[in-house]
Design a protein around this ligand. Structure first.
Ligand SMILES: Cc1cc2nc3c(=O)[nH]c(=O)nc-3n(C[C@H](O)[C@H](O)[C@H](O)COP(=O)(O)OP(=O)(O)OC[C@H]3O[C@@H](n4cnc5c(N)ncnc54)[C@H](O)[C@@H]3O)c2cc1C
Length: 365
């Protein structure tokens, strides 16, 4: 039995593309994607924020890969002339009881070796973003924004230039180990590979379960609204984080408007995959959330009206934690020889795409 690939990556989101590109420098790599193009799911439905790494418990994979990934990503974006901006970010305390959390995040940031962070007072907040109200804030200089579509275009092109082979419109329906190789069956074809990497995002548990490694992924939707009024806020503005997410925040877009969101709403999983499911209510922005968004944003940006909020987009996070549970780390591991699982790659998965790729490379070499 002849192998078709040395490595086969399942899933062409930003993480699968990064892994495929990194490994194609050394191996013959196949990339299989069920949609007609790469990056049509979670990877093109997020805040496009390059996170600094302050939010994750020290020593966690998320903390380490985020700090490394932040640096690698800026280098890559610069080298390849991809639209991005190191804007910086403020996490703003609006009430006295939130100040303690700002101090905790600062300490955690220092322990995680996040560069360029400091706590600033009200008057300094005003200098950076005059419309923002707050008692104090944590400033992180390494936070920024990027255009994820251009990033994915670049990763894909480099992968193909390295001799990588991609198959689109090919859903993986079965995997088994046969005579020392993995047999990967899609709806169209069969492939043999020495190594299989499961980077299937929201559906990674399905792939993993086929080889007997059981995980439960929960879907947590996030909606976004655009603020249609032009407000001059050049950096990211976050509230003090809530248990299940980072809170409704403001991200400057490249067109000069602000994007508000995402919230966190646990939803039922829906099959088949989501670009074809427009009729289902989880696949559109819930306009009823406008009032909630307005109330949250007004805490630090009082000078807007509810009419300024326009429904924009949504994304769905693959989470390992159930509703109400606290932090769960990424799972990135070789389950059995040659089978690498990536499970629960929610935020900061985009920031970590290149550091995850290097981490996976080390697992197989
Ligand atoms: C609302 C929201 C906001 C976010 N904001 C940020 C942020 O600002 N910064 C940040 O760093 N991260 C952010 N994230 C997280 C980030 O978007 C994800 O971690 C990242 O996009 C995950 O990429 P991925 O390649 O693992 O998954 P995906 O993009 O989901 O890709 C997985 C791919 O696998 C394919 N696939 C699935 N099953 C099969 C199968 N059986 N056969 C073949 N192909 C299959 C899918 O079609 C899909 O294309 C956010 C996420 C959400 C939802």
């Amino acid at each position: 039995m002849e192998k078709d690939f040395e490595v086969l990556v399942i899933g062409a989101g930003v993480v699968g593309l990064s892994i495929a590109y990194e490994l194609s420098k050394k191996y013959l790599v196949g990339l299989i994607e069920k949609n007609k193009k790469y990056g049509l799911e979670t990877s093109s439905r997020n805040s496009e924020v390059i996170h600094s790494g302050i939010h994750y418990p020290t020593g966690s994979l998320k903390a380490k890969l985020c700090v490394q990934g932040n640096e690698l990503l800026y280098e890559f974006l610069k080298e390849n002339n991809i639209l991005h901006k190191k804007t910086g970010k403020l996490t703003v305390a609006v009430e006295q009881k939130e100040v303690e959390e700002i101090e905790r995040l600062y300490k955690q940031g220092i322990e995680n070796r996040v560069p360029d962070i400091k706590i600033i007072e009200k008057n300094e907040i005003k200098k950076l973003a005059s419309e923002i109200e707050g008692i104090c804030a944590l400033y992180t200089g390494s936070t920024g924004i990027l255009n994820v579509h251009y990033l994915m275009d670049c990763l894909y092109e480099k992968f193909i230039n390295n001799g990588g082979i991609a198959g689109f419109d090919e859903k993986v329906i079965n995997i088994e180990k046969k005579n020392g190789l993995y047999l990967i069956e899609t709806e169209k074809d069969k492939y043999y590979s020495e190594v299989v990497i499961n980077s299937a995002g929201l559906y990674a548990e399905e792939i993993s379960n086929k080889l007997g490694f059981k995980y439960d992924i929960y879907w947590a939707k996030g909606d976004y609204f655009t603020i249609s009024k032009k407000v001059d806020i050049p950096l990211l503005i976050y509230p003090v984080p809530v248990k299940e997410g980072l809170g409704i925040h403001l991200t400057p877009r490249f067109d000069g408007f602000l994007r508000a969101g995402p919230d966190v709403e646990y939803v039922q999983k829906v099959y088949p995959p989501y670009p074809n499911q427009k009729e289902n209510s989880i696949f559109k922005v819930d306009e009823k959330k406008k009032e909630f968004f307005y109330k949250q944003i007004r805490k630090f940006l009082p000078n807007i009206e509810i009419e300024d909020l326009i429904p924009e987009s949504y994304g769905i996070r693959p989470k390992l934690q159930k509703k109400g549970e606290s932090f769960k780390d990424f799972v990135i591991k070789e389950e059995i020889s040659g089978f690498i699982n990536l499970i629960g790659i929610d935020s900061p998965g985009l920031t970590c795409c290149l550091s995850i790729a290097k981490y996976v490379k080390n697992l197989i070499s």
